[in-house]
Ligand binder design. Sequence first.
Ligand code: AHM
Ligand code: MG
Length: 332
Amino acid sequence: MKTAITLQEFILEEQWNSEFFPSELYDILQSLHQATKKIQFTLRRPQQSFEQATDWRSREKEMDLYANRQLLMALGNTASVAGYASEEMEDFHTFDSKTPLTGEYIVVADPLDGSSNLSCNGSSGTIFGIYKRISSGHIVSELDFMQPGKQLVAAGYVLFGPATVLVYSTGNGVHVFTYDHELGVYCLEQSHVKIPNPGMYYCINESHDFTFPPAIRHFLKFAKIHDPEDLRPMQHRYSGALVADFHRILMHGGIFMYPPTAKHERGKLRLVYECNPLAFLASQADGKASDGFSEILNKKVHHLHERCPFYIGSARNIEVLENLFRNKNRIS
Ligand code: AHM
Ligand code: MG
């Protein structure tokens, strides 16, 4: 039997081998790891063990808030973290009980992406991004959390599926770990993952298609045309959890799309908590992420909870879609 490399060993080795790996990142990744371990255990418990959860919808909310609290507590106990912002909190949080506020990093997160899937034992996950703080003084600034995605120093997610999988990058490739329940540790599955290009999957909630921009409708027709060399017709998959759909794309290639719709005119997904961290991972895996016209990682952030159209996946698939937006529906 092969000896597994644990997450801890892998991060330490990454740190030793790179002069650009700040030791603080090790602590932050460890605390995210601890928090998500607790979230994972709680997700596995029967519904009856939830305090207020009389139905699935209240369990969903309770789990969203629980996941947020776990991250808040774990990061609050990590000296290098000065602040935290999440999809579950109106405002960002300064860890001002730490005196003086020495932390040089801030963390953004979607604590439990896809929590509506809990009603049917579907997948969900925690998405996170880590930035270097740009403010100084005793209180972190909103601007710390509004840095463009290209300023991320690390990002990742934990996917709570049949297995619990942790994926992260510190700018040196994307690495995938699976939780071993017997050993109680994450073990390395794949390092330096690259998104297959082109890919055969497309993920989109097609029920909104009558309100999609023409470029998306055109892409959906293109995806179904027979061209085996280009892996078409592409296969449709959609889980209702961005983190799970992105993991499929990371492993097998293709494209995830959440365009503007009549209900969400600017798109549904959050630039800071969802799009930027996943865009960082895609770029580290030779993939791309776009809003149709520009790279997600270059986008200016106007406010913390901003939403945007989001297309992410294999470079070739994203380029085809961007050409459709730019060339008004012509495939090049
Ligand atoms: P949430 O952050 O409220 O969970 O919403 C985000 C989720 C994504 O995980 C998923 O891709 C999308 O919403 C699904 O939305 P829809 O049901 O409109 O297809
Ligand atoms: Mg989400």
